[in-house]
Design a binder for this molecule. Structure first.
Ligand code: SAM
Length: 277
């Protein structure tokens, strides 16, 4: 049922502060569920179930669904919309307070969500870095511009792109115009699917890798030897020596490096700087 009708009939106004833009376009909802390619051994974690627009078609696949929603005003609507689906568990909570894996139980799981945009990065970090058991894949509706940043190639990489691509393969699988939402957001959206690597794409100490990558991106558009030097608290010639030993021209910029190149820099940096390992 259209979110506007459901909200009006419960006298509820959407809260901008919670990123409430409800999806009402059946075609877009169908595309999201199709993109999830759920199999019979998978559970679903839906973040931000809203009025259940996405929860209902997800529930129709018969998968066990855990639908998380922070806004208590929406819980009675969700309960009503999903009354016929014993495979759905509605959890009234803030997703940021949880280990996502523990919300779904033992089964392999897939995260499907039309995300509240104000916490996209925090939720991504929670799912990719902190989950005690990683999801198999994510199918997330996010701002188109953010989806494009995440799927960038060397030349246009960012800390966000490296962080997501370290854990999986991101792909834009659809676009959703602002008019498909109520209220209409200011930006268009994209459906981003991320297939997580069963084991990390590069075998490396994760903490050291991200210390190096963060240092590299800390000073935008600077040559890597300068950014890494300042970021790791070493001299620029020392940073240049690490880069050269890793086979990287010290004059390159962070946005041009591939993941294996970041891996090579991390390997040399950990050998040279004991504090990193
Ligand atoms: N899934 C619904 C749909 O597609 O119409 C709603 C999507 S709306 C973009 C995002 C939803 O996330 C809202 O219902 C909002 O209340 C909820 N939300 C915001 N912050 C949250 C949080 N920290 N934890 C859980 N849900 C949250």
């Amino acid at each position: 049922m259209h979110a506007k009708y459901l909200l009006d009939s419960h006298d509820i106004a959407p809260k901008k502060s919670l990123g409430q833009n409800f999806l009402h376009d059946p075609h877009a909802l169908g595309k999201i569920v199709a993109a999830a390619e759920l199999t019979s051994d998978e559970a679903v974690l839906e973040i931000g179930a809203g009025t259940g627009a996405l929860t209902v078609p997800l529930a129709q696949t018969n998968a066990p669904i855990t639908a998380v929603e922070i806004d208590e005003r929406l819980i009675p609507i969700l309960a009503q919309q999903l009354a016929d689906f014993p495979n759905v568990r509605i959890v009234h909570t803030d997703i940021l307070d949880h280990d996502p894996a523990r919300l779904v139980g033992e089964m392999p799981y897939v995260v499907v969500a039309n995300l509240p945009y104000y916490i996209t990065s925090l939720i991504l970090r929670g799912l990719l870095e902190r989950a005690s058991r990683k999801p198999r894949r994510l199918v997330l509706t996010i701002q188109q511009e953010v989806a494009e940043r995440i799927t960038a190639k060397p030349g246009d990489m960012s800390l966000l792109a490296v962080s997501v691509q370290f854990y999986g393969v991101p792909k834009i699988v659809g676009r959703i115009s602002a008019g498909a939402f109520f209220p209409r957001p200011e930006v268009d959206s994209a459906i981003l699917r991320v297939d997580l690597h069963p084991t990390p794409a590069i075998a490396i100490d994760e903490a050291a890798f991200f210390t190096v990558v963060r240092a590299g991106f800390a000073q935008k558009r600077k040559q890597l030897k300068n950014a890494l030097g300042s970021g790791l608290g070493i001299s620029h010639p020392e940073a240049a020596a690490i880069l050269t030993a890793a086979g990287i021209d010290p004059a390159r910029r962070a946005e041009t490096l591939t993941l294996p190149e970041w891996g090579a820099v991390t390997t040399v940096a950990t050998q040279t700087l004991p504090a990193l390992s």
